[in-house]
Design a protein. Sequence first.
Length: 201
Amino acid sequence: MILPRLAVVALALAGCAAPADRPELVLPLRAHLMRSATDPALTTTLTPADVRRIVGKVNVIWAQAGIRFELESIVTTDALAVPASAKFPTAHDRVKAAIPPAALSAAAYDVCFVKQIAPNGFHYGEPSVVKDTAAVDAVPGGMDEPIPRVTAHELGHALGLRHRQDVVNLMASKSSGYSLNEEEIRIARDRAQRFLESKGK
């Protein structure tokens, strides 16, 4: 059964354990505060305190699936210099080319915060990328801040979920909604469990 939204928030904020039939899965997360000497669009102005607030709200959203992201670290990551003349299939590929692979964790999910990309973020394999200027359309009962909702959405892709254009759903585009159905919860938990097992946890 999917927990009612108010119950999800209450559980997450109270730090309560997940229901016995849905034990909590704790996933490590490395947050990258990107900066670039040459590209202002890659330089976030978020602080570590902002990241901790964002991840706290991400966990409010993912509590309905019995999944919690635990910050392994918050790091400042210097973007690689990408020549303006370099050709890429998409703007997202250009952003990914600027993220140094050596900075990514071998044992955690990665999310990189930048200043500006279109539309709000993306996940095409590690890492997830989220802009700190994200904007979403408000829906009744939705998340009260865009960046946590977008971060939770991109992590949903990392957990195997596809877009579903129901405005109250987490996987809808540019919406503040964050509900998940039972099939989405099953897929996400299965992917999370396999990730943990692959890391010997």
